[in-house]
Design a protein around this ligand. Structure first.
Ligand SMILES: Nc1ncnc2c1ncn2[C@@H]1O[C@H](COP(=O)(O)OP(=O)(O)O)[C@@H](O)[C@H]1O
Ligand SMILES: Nc1ccn([C@H]2C[C@H](O)[C@@H](COP(=O)(O)OP(=O)(O)O)O2)c(=O)n1
Length: 286
């Protein structure tokens, strides 16, 4: 009843002002399945806010490694949890000018929104994406105290009651209309009542090829990073195993999530499937 009234109001006043609770899209899945690329594009197409929860775990890992603390030693768990609790992390997503719908993968990637990540107001966007951080992040993310601290930080963004962490896009309506959040436990723990839950999967060889291409494009030559396709695939599978088997909020598909295998899909198609599903659910809730 209340929902129907809201949707009628929406028709008259526009989506941004009518719906008090933003439409929540939760995207989970294993490493390099396409979560962040898809989530950013969905957010851009719908004018929604985008929150990369993996960035929080990466920032904490970066800080832990900078202090030369071993994240795999259980004796360090309390110290690492304290670092997580005290860390001030802020995301700033900059949306590109409306690019319309394109089928050209390079053009699509070029017009992707960019997320800058600040740790204690220092821009650490590139430092948190190194292989060194990637190799240790699953161990840090498995610590209960770290998950508790990150959960608190990202939930407060999801509830829209703390603007400190996300500056949002230059388009202010994006933070009120809806929200796309990606990670490992968004549909199961962070946003259990999300309006749409998506679980992205892809063959591990395909994911390794994509990740390798991404690393090469970012300037890391295979020789520098000692990378080859088998090593990248092994590392992705090792991280997935750690993420799936940890005790606290492991990576898993929520019962009510829609599974999407991106192995044979173009980026444009996977974005389109989700955007159409958001439209369909909005319509049926009206
Ligand atoms: N359908 C697709 N076809 C080709 N490349 C893709 C596809 N989906 C994602 N990618 C690429 O794969 C890489 C990993 O995607 P990303 O979104 O970073 O994954 P995740 O956030 O799940 O780790 C990126 O370089 C991205 O551009
Ligand atoms: N909600 C989340 C998000 C990320 N994590 C963990 C698991 C991942 O190994 C790391 C990094 O996540 P991120 O999404 O940045 O990693 P990939 O881009 O998929 O390689 O953080 C998590 O446990 N829960």
């Amino acid at each position: 009843m209340l929902k129907a009234l809201n949707w009628r109001l929406q028709a008259r006043r526009g989506f941004a002002t009518a719906w008090a609770k933003p439409f929540q899209v939760a995207i989970d899945g294993p490493a390099a399945s396409g979560k962040s690329t898809t989530a950013k594009m969905v957010a851009q197409r719908l004018g929604f806010q985008y929150i990369d929860t993996g960035a929080f775990y990466r920032c904490i890992t970066y800080e832990v490694l900078s202090r030369e603390i071993d994240p795999t030693d259980p004796r360090n768990e309390e110290q690492i949890s304290n670092i997580a609790e005290q860390a001030h992390i802020r995301l700033q997503t900059l949306f590109a000018a409306a690019s319309g719908v394109s089928k050209d993968q390079d053009r699509i990637l070029h017009s992707l929104p960019t997320t800058r990540v600040f740790l204690e107001e220092q821009d650490v966007s590139s430092q948190i994406r190194t292989e060194h951080v990637s190799q240790h992040v699953s161990a840090v993310a498995a610590i209960g105290g770290v998950r508790q601290a990150v959960l608190q930080k990202v939930r407060s963004i999801g509830a829209q009651d703390d603007a400190r962490y996300v500056d949002g896009s230059p388009d202010s309506k994006s933070s009120t209309e809806g929200l796309v959040m990606d990670g490992r436990d968004i549909g199961t723990v962070v946003l259990p009542h999300a309006d749409l839950k998506v679980f992205l999967v892809a063959d591990s060889r395909v994911r390794a090829e994509r990740r390798l291409l991404e690393l090469i494009k970012s300037g890391a030559t295979p020789a520098q990073e000692k990378l080859d396709i088998d090593a990248v695939q092994r590392d992705l599978e090792r991280r997935d195993e750690l993420d799936r088997t940890r005790k606290v909020s492991p990576l898993m598909k929520a019962k009510d999530a829609m599974e999407l295998d991106t192995s044979g899909l173009t980026i444009e198609t996977q974005v389109d499937v989700i955007v159409q599903e958001v439209y369909r659910r909005r319509k049926s809730a009206a």
